[in-house]
Design a binder for this molecule. Sequence first.
Ligand SMILES: CC(C)(COP(=O)(O)OP(=O)(O)OC[C@H]1O[C@@H](n2cnc3c(N)ncnc32)[C@H](O)[C@@H]1OP(=O)(O)O)[C@@H](O)C(=O)NCCC(=O)NCCS
Length: 324
Amino acid sequence: MIYSRIAGTGSQLPDKVVSNHDLEQIMDTSDQWIRERTGICERRIAADTETSATLAEEACRKAIETADVDPAEIDLFVVGTTTPDLVFPSVACLVQKKLGLPDCGAMDVNAACSGFIYALSVADKYIRCGDARKVLVCGTETLSRITNWKKRDTAVLFGDGAGAVVLEASEQPGILSTHVHANGDYKDLLTTKVGVSRGWDGMAESDGIPELFMKGNEVFKVAVRTLGRIVQETLSANKLEKSDLDWLIPHQANLRIIAAMARMLDMNMDHVVVTVDRHGNTSAASVPLALDEAVRDGRIKRGDMLMLEAFGGGFTWGSALIRY
Ligand SMILES: CC(C)(COP(=O)(O)OP(=O)(O)OC[C@H]1O[C@@H](n2cnc3c(N)ncnc32)[C@H](O)[C@@H]1OP(=O)(O)O)[C@@H](O)C(=O)NCCC(=O)NCCS
């Protein structure tokens, strides 16, 4: 039996820090409201020279270095993003040759905030079926570019960044299972109202950007319910108990959602990796950013059992159970 295992992780954040107090200067909000409702204190925002591709490139470079693999041996490159630099070529294609990858398959996966979990599931399947031995997987986003900075209901929530992992074939697990789901009936709760094929008619009402809209409290309720179901599905599929988990690495949208998941899993918060306070919601980048942080600071160790989960626009949701 072939499994995939994480050989190395990497991440990249823009230098620019925007605090809640900075936002108080440009919109009708308060540090107290943002902290109490979301747990966010600050977020990183891309400079004009930074894009989803440049952040991805750095995160991937670090993951390749940590994994100590030759980039020429990578068989596939999968990037989860919903804010690509261009309609095409994909972020994966823009970055591929800069990293020294061969003419391997390179693609973006758009599953909004679940993009990294979706990308990881594709990579895992390629390795399990024997079509690839080493796969580079990245989640990268610049949601600040589709945020309307005059609107307090969304502008306080998001940030930019990228995270990456190198997966390699192994006789030992590794990734035990991945689970992905979607339900397009919820398409209007978290969306952009303009797009390529639909056209750009709505741009004027959103200050000339393809603005992100969210019905926050409705998303909140579905997210908690749905994530509760998927972590249970993931444990059941592996015949494991909540107590078998060492770490929860959740999508970082809101500290209250993260805390609800920890309660459902009977996990103490010191076994939950939290970055939302410093990163905000970085969409597809949030899970690999959190993973890389906890691996690098020594909290996550080889052999630990990790539950990764994410939820986002679509709606999409997904999970991965990993023996690190
Ligand atoms: C967005 C979110 C933080 C809002 O928190 P909430 O408790 O649901 O707050 P509501 O939207 O009900 O708004 C409550 C009040 O705060 C106000 N408010 C909204 N944003 C505000 C801000 N930044 N600062 C101050 N007040 C704000 C609202 O206008 C509303 O005022 P009202 O009661 O006078 O009408 C929360 O709903 C959330 O995190 N949703 C889920 C996001 C998510 O999981 N996304 C996952 C996919 S990416």
